[in-house]
Every structure is written in C-alpha cells, then in structure tokens.
Write a protein that binds this ligand. Structure first.
Ligand code: PRP
Length: 205
C-alpha cells in the first residue's frame, strides 16, 4: 500500500486530474463530502490534508508521498525528497513595499512582515542584511499600510492583491509551484511502487 497526502483545495483538484490521467479511479474524490481517506485502486490510498500537515505526515513517514506547494516546503524546511516539479500552482515569493518607498535605500534597520518568517529570515540572512521579521497570519498587505513594517514577503500570483492595496514588488525571492515529495525511508522500502508512480506522473506532465 502506498499512501499519498494531497493538499486540500486548488492543489488537490490539479493533483486528482494527474492521478486520473495515469489510470487511478478518483470518482470518490469528486464527491467526497467530509471524507478524508480514499482508495484509488492498485494499492494506492489518498488522504486530504492542509499543506503544513502534508509535509508533517510525509516527514513522519505515515504518508509515503505528498503533493504540496514549494512555499510550504521552504517554510517548514524538512528533510524530504522532492522528486518532481508538477508545474501547476505557479506563483512566487516576492518582497513588496509601498509605492515610492525605497526599501534598500540607506543602512537603516528594516522591518518585514510575513506569513513565512523562515523563508523571509533566510532570504535576508543570505544577503547579509539586518532585517527584523514579524510573523503575520493573513492579509499581510495590511502590515506596511498600518505602519507596522517597511515591507512584506508574500506569495504573488497575478499581482492584483498588491496593486489594489498600493503596494509593489521590490524583487522576487523564490519561484513556487506544486511539488511531489517522498519520504526518504519509503523511497527505499517501497522503491518499485514509488518509482512506478513517479515515472507515470513524469510522463503525463
Ligand atoms: C495569497 C497571498 C496574497 C494573494 C496573492 O493569499 O497571500 O494575498 O494570494 O495573489 P495575487 O497576486 O493573484 O493577488 P491566498 O489567496 O493564498 O490567501 P491567504 O491570505 O488566506 O493566504
């Protein structure tokens, strides 16, 4: 049995399309109600979870594989084998600030708000910049508008959230897309079954 954790929502829908293309029966996933466990045939079971939990379940080995955004993988920083870029859910992490504010001007201490404090700290640490990071749980665009921070590091897809709130991208931080992850021990113990799934997915991408 191979157990795969899918991130609920947009990633789940695209992932289900891929699993159908490679021949699994995902009928139940289209009419799932509140159910969280699905047998999709050929010894494969799917569970639905929140993004952070997909990483936790695969990290602990209770799920062999997972489909999750690179944003979550980067923020959680776990030792997982990231075997495929699935090419959907494309967006990016970017540093943004209020229009006409020069974030990199001068040597002043900067404050950056983000839902992704680890990604943000890592980005500025790698550049040797002294930046204080404040964790915000949602609608992070508010932080510079309220005067809490000089900028934000957040996910940008179309750019319309930034635009509608008078913010603009200063620079890109990292590209994001959905990834197929595998627990390293599962990869050894169930190598043939896992390789078969990875190869089939790679062929339909
Ligand atoms: C993300 C992100 C931005 C928005 C960017 O939020 O935090 O707010 O999408 O997308 P855009 O560039 O296309 O406007 P999400 O929709 O994931 O909701 P959240 O705030 O609950 O995390």
């Amino acid at each position: 049995m191979i157990r795969i954790a899918l991130t609920k929502g947009r990633i789940e829908e695209k992932a289900v399309e891929i699993f159908e293309k490679i021949g699994y029966d995902c009928t139940e996933l289209h009419n799932k109600g509140r159910k969280l466990f699905f047998n999709i045939g050929d010894g494969v079971e799917v569970v639905l979870a929140k993004a952070n939990d997909v990483v936790t379940y695969v990290d602990h080995g209770v799920c062999d594989m997972g489909v999750v955004g690179k944003d979550t993988i980067m923020e959680m920083g776990r030792n997982l084998y990231e075997c495929l870029d699935l090419g959907f859910g494309k967006c990016r992490f970017a540093l943004a600030c209020k229009k006409d504010f020069d974030f990199f001007d001068g040597y002043g201490h900067r404050i950056v708000a983000s839902k992704y404090p680890n990604v943000t700290k890592e980005y500025f640490r790698n550049r040797g910049l002294d930046v204080e990071v404040v964790k915000i749980d949602g609608s992070v665009e508010l932080a510079p508008l309220l005067g809490l921070s000089d900028g934000i590091v957040d996910i940008v897809e179309t750019g319309s959230t930034l635009k509608e709130n008078g913010l603009e991208v200063v620079c890109d931080v990292a590209p994001i897309s959905a990834r197929l992850i595998v627990n390293p021990a599962s990869l050894k113990l169930k190598k043939n079954d896992i390789d078969k799934i990875i190869d089939s997915i790679a062929q339909v991408l």
